[in-house]
Write a protein that binds this ligand. Structure first.
Ligand code: COA
Length: 180
């Protein structure tokens, strides 16, 4: 399954497969990812295998769709993004993401987010998508606000990071009718 919008993107999104485990482990084993996400650090191959196994069962149950973000130029995995906590009754879900450290500040996350929002609103027929970032995560905040996220409030100690620290979240949402 490959998510495609207009075909001009530099990246594509595809479901994770077990053979990605080594590449995922190398990319995700990074304190700068764990600081503002729930991705554990250190990140071992066992973590990667568990993540991909869980991604496959969550997809079958339609509670979470996890994608590898792939650079179309050389087929290398550069990050991960998911639509999670899918609530079909209320047509809502949340989005999470991270990029490997060598792939930031190049606009890749903005492209990935557009693809994922399109997938969520069009393919999954969601009405509302929530996106959050740590209050200190300026880079992620920019990504969300550029994508049109509407700020809803601060959730105190909303997550516990991969480094074991609780942090406050800035919660945003995007509605289908607002997405272009
Ligand atoms: C948060 C994170 C995904 C943001 O990624 P990013 O690469 O900075 O975001 P984008 O892909 O939108 O890139 C935007 C930057 O690329 C620059 N850029 C360079 N080339 C570009 C291009 N062709 N198109 C668009 N932007 C481009 C933009 O100017 C912008 O720079 P700025 O932030 O100084 O304004 C990334 O920092 C990350 O994974 N961090 C660690 C984990 C994490 O925090 N995850 C999010 C948890 S909520």
């Amino acid at each position: 399954m490959i998510v495609k919008k207009v075909g001009e993107e530099r990246i594509l999104l595809r479901f994770w497969k077990l053979s990605d485990a080594k590449e995922l482990q190398k990319l995700a084993n990074d304190e700068s990812i764990a600081k503002y996400t729930t991705v554990p650090f250190p990140y071992k191959e066992k973590d990667a295998l568990e993540f991909i196994g869980r991604a496959e069962s969550n997809l079958k149950e339609n509670v979470e769709h996890c994608f590898a973000i792939v650079d179309r130029k050389n087929d290398a995995i550069i990050g991960s993004t998911s639509i999670l906590r899918i609530d079909s009754r209320n047509k809502k879900a949340e989005i999470g993401y991270w990029l490997g450290k060598d792939f930031r500040k190049q606009g890749f996350m903005q492209e990935a987010l557009q693809l994922l929002l399109d997938y969520g609103f069009e393919k999954l027929d969601l009405n509302r998508i929530g996106i959050s970032c740590a209050t200190g995560n300026k880079d992620s905040r920019k990504v969300i606000e550029k994508a049109g996220g509407k700020f809803e409030g601060i959730e105190r100690d909303g997550n516990i990071s991969g480094l074991g620290q609780a942090y406050d979240l800035r919660n945003y949402s995007i509605l289908k009718k607002e997405f272009k």
